[in-house]
Design a binder for this molecule. Sequence first.
Ligand code: PA5
Length: 422
Amino acid sequence: EFLQNKQFVSDQELNERLSKNKKWLDEALGKVYSERTSHQDDVWGWMDVEEWASDEAVQFVKEKAETIRKEADVFVIVGVGGSNQAARAVIKALQKESKPEILYAGNNLSPHYMNNLLKQLEGKSVYINVIAKNFETLEPGLSFRILRNFLYSKYGNETNKRISVTGTINSSLHQVAKEHNFDFFIFPENIGGRFSALTDVGLLPMAVAGIDISSLIEGAKKMQDLMHNQTDIDNLALKYSTFRNILLDKGYKIEMLAFFEPQFHYFSKWWIQLFAESEGKEGKGLFPVAVNYSEDLHSIGQYVQQGQPIIFETFLDIENPNSSLVIEKDHVEDNFDYVNGENLWEINKIALGATIGAHFNGGIPCVKFSVPEMNEYYLGQLFYLFEFTVYLSGRILGVNPFDQPGVEDYKKLMFEKLGRGF
Ligand code: PA5
């Protein structure tokens, strides 16, 4: 829903730019996708969900996950960036069961965090999944070593069945798995981390957490069909990517993903990574941030309403209640009787409507994506929609959406300082 943004982008302007940008959609659906010849060394493995989430591959993941689920009290996902964000987004939003408990490592270098994590593992049956495309990243590498030592000291020869690794075929991580008899899952060579939600990378940990991965895949496929069949300027991803790039040209620097449901918190971290790493290069790109409303209305909301006019908002909304709680009449006189009998769900919705109204009237362009429900199926749709969008948007911007050369700079300095000799 592009709301009524005509005061920011006129219909004529939008249509002209859509017609101009349609070539990137044509390229994606034609030359790049249908006519691709080598699947091994390209970057398009995410475009067809089926390529890495076939029935057979999903069945294998489900069986392995079931074994872990039976045995594990705790399952630690070791990975950073694209290697853990999608799984964490879905698990944190939807996990209903308390066993296995899912913990996260490999995404920082903090001894405080790691010592705390090790404490939480005491007395529990522990399994880990180490996920890394390029097994040189220090954060997952060191966390793996620390956890491996912990597991060997606890389980001795039985350790190997408690470790699964997800890496590219013939990578050094694959060699480690072979030598030590760890279960191995495929990190597709032709998919970058931040596009890997619907592969073993995201699916194994999600399945261990009891997530319905078939439904997630079904949702993504549905969005894929939609994106691939809307071949004209009505294509939703083309519209969204065009709209955000027009705003960028008009001086808006920041796109803020805003939501009133905390379940979206870790999804927003996935979204931020997707857009920041794909577009922020060559001095270009919108700066992506996220806000958890209504909490953040009481902090950043002030700036949004009255600060520099450099922000536009993309709202995520859920149409049907994911929970219900009626505000009961109370014997304490507390000034809130005007909401007696109202449902907290509806109150939250009213806050959303009021926020969009106030921000829009205050001169902030607003976009809204609504999903009917908060579940696997619609999260699958959102994954695919945003991946397709960021690809088109990167092409419109004139950058390569699939690399992240800037991330290497800090690594280079850090490796030098640590004395890494290669
Ligand atoms: O999207 C990406 O490609 C990156 O964010 C990577 O996923 C991230 O840097 C982690 O890389 P790796 O799994 O190779 O350690």
